[in-house]
Design a protein around this ligand. Structure first.
Ligand code: NAI
Ligand code: MN
Ligand code: ZN
Length: 339
């Protein structure tokens, strides 16, 4: 089989590898579609501190089960599945409180263990979530990015009366906007970014107001309308944003952080305590595959609005290049694997 391997930072190859056999409790997935994410590019460029090389990247993938390991029923052969990349131990403290996404021995497919940019991938059977017939392949491959929004909103619990502010109109900002509008029916969702084309995509995903802060102050724009957001989600992830968010937030508001920057953010306790703000963080997803599959079945979200490119996996180098360089036109890039 062919696999997309990062041998070391900046060296991507399509390698011939032996077809893997699923171990006990695992299934083998014949991959049909996979999505490119920022973290794939970070591993490729050597910017992910968790990555070990060589590595088959890819943690957003969909396919069909074509082999099962010991203990897994043959009935699963032929099942269409989306794979949850989060592998957890099931018994540590975070696992015991429903947060397998921060398991003390967390393994993420495509980061710590070989992932889905491959003709075949072996994964724990319980990570392979069956996809109902009514959900198309091109939607099933998008479950993982939407689980990030499901995790964020699962923490902050949006309500229709919230006034939400989303920083960033990249893939993560857009999935969040769709969840806020489509699932939680938040009355006002404001998105801020510096790229006009991306803000237009945010409007297509349901944003009520898109603000370009390249040459305007977000604070001035909001104050002019007397708006104090009750829920702020940082899907842009610059360390300076937390401080601004604390200033902008309504008393009793919530802020959700998604970033992994190693740089400190500067915030005064007074800003947070004075308004009794709640600050959440959200990493990957905690058992959110069934949640997003349900959203898709009910038609509450529309992954098509994010997909800008579909390319053959043999063009992966070019695909990652477009993804990295063309932020104006590129959002989600899907890779197709041959039948
Ligand atoms: P992206 O880079 O495509 O999008 C970020 C957007 O934020 C860009 O459009 C950029 O123009 C905008 N931006 C940057 N600074 C800004 C500022 N000060 N004000 C307004 N807009 C600003 O990235 P993507 O894929 O959407 O991911 C966003 C972030 O989320 C990344 O930092 C990534 O590491 C993080 N992430 C976190 C996850 C988690 O589970 N916590 C999962 C996936 C991504
Ligand atoms: Mn992803
Ligand atoms: Zn654990």
């Amino acid at each position: 089989m062919k696999s997309i391997v990062i041998r070391q930072p900046d060296e991507l190859v399509i390698e011939e590898r032996t077809l893997p056999t699923p171990a006990a409790g695992e299934v083998r997935v014949k991959v049909k579609l996979a999505g490119i994410c920022g973290s794939d590019s970070h591993i490729y460029r050597g910017h992910n501190p968790f990555a070990k090389y060589p590595r088959v990247i890819g943690h957003e993938f969909f396919g069909v089960i074509d082999a099962v390991g010991e203990g897994i029923s043959d009935a699963r052969l032929g099942e269409r599945v989306s794979v949850d990349p989060v592998i957890s131990c099931g018994h540590c403290y975070p696992c015991s409180v429903g947060k397998p996404n921060v398991c003390t021995s967390l393994v993420v497919l495509g980061v710590h263990r070989d992932g889905g940019f491959s003709e075949y991938a072996v994964v724990p059977a319980k990570n392979a979530w069956p996809i109902p017939d009514a959900i198309q392949d091109k939607h099933a491959v998008m479950v993982e990015p939407f689980t990030i929004a499901a995790n964020v909103t699962g923490q902050a619990k949006p309500t229709p009366q919230d006034v939400a502010l989303v920083y960033g109109a990249g893939p993560m900002g857009l999935v969040t906007v769709q969840a806020l509008k489509g699932v939680y029916k938040v009355s006002q969702v404001i998105v801020v970014d510096r790229i006009t084309e991306r803000l237009a995509m945010a409007e297509q995903s349901g944003a009520d107001w898109a603000i370009n802060n390249a040459d305007r102050s977000l604070q001035v724009e909001l104050e002019a309308k007397g708006i104090k957001p009750t829920l702020i989600i940082d899907a842009a992830c610059h360390p300076s944003i937390l401080q601004e968010a604390v200033n902008l937030a309504s008393p009793a508001g919530r802020i959700v952080l998604m970033g992994f920057s190693g740089e400190p953010s500067q915030v005064a306790q007074q800003g947070i305590t004075g308004k009794e703000l709640t600050v959440y963080s959200s990493r990957l997803n905690a058992n959110k595959f069934p949640v997003v599959i349900d959203w898709l079945e009910k038609g509450l979200i529309d992954p098509d609005k994010l997909v800008t490119h579909v390319m053959d996996y043999r063009q992966v180098g070019e695909a990652i290049g477009v993804f990295e360089k063309d932020q104006k036109r590129c959002c989600k890039v899907l890779l197709t694997f041959a039948e």
